[in-house]
Design a protein around this ligand. Sequence first.
Ligand code: ADP
Ligand code: MG
Length: 345
Amino acid sequence: MKRTEIAELGEFGLIERLKKYETHHHDTTLKGIGDDAAVWKIDEQRYGLLSTDLLAEGIHFDLSYTPLKHLGYKAIAVNVSDIVAMNGYPKRAVVSIALSNRFSVEAIEELYEGMKIACERYRVDLIGGDTTSSRSGLIINVAIEGEVESRRITYRNTARTHDVLCVTGDLGAAYIGLQIMEREKQVFLANPEQQPDLTPYDYVIERLLRPEARLDIVEELRKRDVVPTAMIDISDGLASEILHLCTQSGTGALIYEERIPIDRMTYDVAINEFKIAPTICAMNGGEDYELLFALSPADFEKVKNHPDIVPIGYLTHPGEGTYLQTRGGNLVKIEAQGWNHFKKL
Ligand code: ADP
Ligand code: MG
């Protein structure tokens, strides 16, 4: 049999290939692979949501600069984010860990303290899990369950041409936070006596180490009687999420560089210290855990005064492609990779 390297397919290609193994024995199962969470029918009014995310040491976090309490908080928050991306509310989670004897009981309790704080904040019941040993560092897996009113459920694939494309908060900060921490780690390794002063970078570092899920936005949309036509959380960078939303919905998109919300600190540090265009951080950086959603023009009117909901463009006909209009007026095709030509300032 032919051996295919995973790198040939990439993460999304592999998931696409695994889709054929999806099984379907229950009519109440409404959505399997392909969205932020799986969906099933509880009754006519309510749908159940289920999602899981795994964090592996050395891949998703570096314990030399990640406090375990923050890591615990993040493990819950990133899972809540996938429930939020369906316009739902999280309810219950189970947590599995694989660890080596490098960790003390107190260290693991630190991790769980962080999870507890997140569970308080997002009203999640932590109700079980599994524990095993690991020979390759700490692995944390959270599976989370939630609920959404059936008339408010928001998939990725239901956006329409002429919808307004919105994002929440600001983007690119976690990526800059990561660059700072990686830089300071190298400085520290070269000279362990020197303690870095990270206060000038507090916001971007917090965005990396202790992200929040935008459950407040789900609440806000409900209050204003707005249901997005499609939604996804921004975990892999805006470019990748726009492509997911547009490909799955069968639309194109035009977004404006000048509209992409970027925090002042992110902007300044990106340019002055890393010589990276801030737009690159927002488009291709990851781990912001903000939301990207599409609104009908009528619904957009109801939220347009909200300070944390920012229109960045609109959806176009599928044949028109997905483009970013730069500040200079050029049209750049949005691609998950291949932004190198854009990297120079
Ligand atoms: P997210 O970034 O929102 O967590 P992912 O990109 O991890 O989403 O996953 C996209 C979709 O693929 C989801 O519906 C998820 O359930 C599914 N998926 C990911 N990995 C696997 C896997 N190993 N087996 C089956 N489905 C998977
Ligand atoms: Mg997601």
